[in-house]
Design a protein around this ligand. Structure first.
Ligand SMILES: *[C@@H]1O[C@H](CO)[C@@H](O)[C@H](O)[C@H]1NC(C)=O
Ligand SMILES: *[C@@H]1O[C@H](CO)[C@@H](O)[C@H](O)[C@H]1NC(C)=O
Length: 383
């Protein structure tokens, strides 16, 4: 029998070997993945022919399924990742800056396109998808989807904050804020209305949507204050408080998970909530469960319930011990194209765990930190 010390050393050696393998893989894969993303952005992306400048296509595929459209949600999330890279200094190339400026301009145009959800001032911002030349999509669809304007606001707020820090507030006021304000006004006025969820299937209230709206309003209020747009600050703050309160109502206390949708007739175990935890990750908020931080007791309990729901339903997971990692999908009841495990959700599980590890390493303990008691449950960083 090996001694504990030998076992421990073997574990540490294996962990280091694994971490070196991950670093090497990331170094090779990241540029390939990024080139793939940029290939799907007009006008010059190799897969995006026909897309206007700054428009992200979902896929060049035109049949089975037909995905040659631009989705507000997906485009915002793609650009959020690109803007994060630019503003963190990971890629400061002028070509990326140009792509970001083209996004701002393309979304200014898209917001004004009248569509089946309405006009810019009567609900049209909740329209989920458009043709890649920004003509409205007039076929039947699950509309509206109210996470799109919130996610776009978050991407644009990150860029705006960077511009302010880099002495370019005038560009924020003239070009970014007018687009942002329309989205924030839409979120502030409509968060308490139902809409379709991120998978475009269930019409009700949805945790991912509410969580995205909370982040957008909280950050939007801070930005408005920073650029002197004081008239909207208290309205956005009030609605941010209300969305944060509403987020708590999705929790299922007996089963220990965040119910994805208020409707839909499913169990409610869904990647929806885990993706929300990653979207709203803020290392400064430590393990706050009110904002569902990745290392919070609630988010970790939710993660376990979600992952366990796929152990017995996917053949690829059969025979894997109950304490080992498995492949996950959108939600266990999924039947779209047969309802399969998905790389995107499986890697998002590891993203939540990495986010949690970041905080645990920073605070030097696994214990939950009860460091604030605000009546609204808000962390100082998110006030
Ligand atoms: C501000 O940002 C815009 C958009 O990228 C750019 O065109 C402009 O040159 C910038 N102005 C300054 C003073 O940096
Ligand atoms: C509106 O907000 C109230 C208070 O949080 C909540 O009870 C209700 O379910 C919400 N409705 C929708 C459709 O968001």
């Amino acid at each position: 029998m090996r001694s504990l010390l030998v076992t421990g050393l073997a574990f540490i050696t294996a962990a280091f070997a694994q971490s070196a393998a991950v670093d090497a893989w990331l170094a090779t894969q990241s540029p390939i993945a990024k080139a793939g993303v940029i290939a799907n952005i007009g006008p010059i992306g190799s897969k995006s022919s026909g897309a206007l400048a700054g428009i992200v296509i979902a896929s060049p595929s035109t049949s089975n399924p037909d995905y040659l459209y631009t989705w507000t949600r997906d485009a915002a999330l793609v650009y959020k990742a690109l803007i994060d890279q630019y503003t963190r200094g990971e890629d400061t190339s002028p070509s990326l800056r140009l792509l970001i400026d083209q996004f701002v301009e393309s979304q200014r145009i898209q917001q004004q396109v009248s569509n089946p959800s309405g006009t810019v001032s009567s609900g049209g911002l909740g329209e989920p998808k458009f043709h890649i030349n920004l003509a409205p999509y007039t076929g039947g669809w699950g509309r509206p989807q109210r996470d799109g304007p919130a996610l776009r606001a978050t991407a644009l707020t990150t860029y705006a904050n960077w511009l302010i820090q880099n002495s370019n507030t005038s560009f924020v006021t003239s070009n970014v804020w007018p687009v942002l304000k329309l989205d924030l006004d839409y979120v502030a006025s409509n968060w308490n209305q139902t809409g379709f969820d991120l998978w475009e299937e269930v019409s009700s209230s949805s945790y991912f949507t509410t969580a995205a709206q909370h982040r957008a309003l909280r950050e939007g209020a801070a930005l408005a204050s920073a650029i002197g747009q004081t008239s909207v600050v208290s309205g956005y703050t009030t609605q941010a408080d209300n969305t944060l309160c509403f987020m708590q109502s999705y929790w299922n206390p007996s089963a220990g998970y965040m119910t994805a949708n208020t409707g839909g007739g499913r169990s409610g175990r869904d990647a929806n909530a885990m993706l929300s935890s990653n979207h709203n990750f803020d290392a400064a908020a430590v393990c706050d469960s009110v904002t569902f931080q990745p290392c919070s007791d609630k988010a970790l309990s939710n993660l376990k319930v979600y992952v366990d729901s796929f152990r017995s339903i996917y053949a690829i997971n059969s025979g894997i011990p109950s304490n080992a990692a498995v492949a996950t999908g959108r939600y266990p009841e999924d039947s779209y194209y047969g309802g399969n495990p998905w790389y995107l959700t499986t890697t998002a599980v590891s993203e939540q765990l990495y986010n949690a590890l970041t905080v645990w390493e920073q605070q030097g303990t696994l214990n939950h930190q009860h460091d604030f008691h605000d009546p609204h449950g808000r962390h100082p960083e998110l006030r």
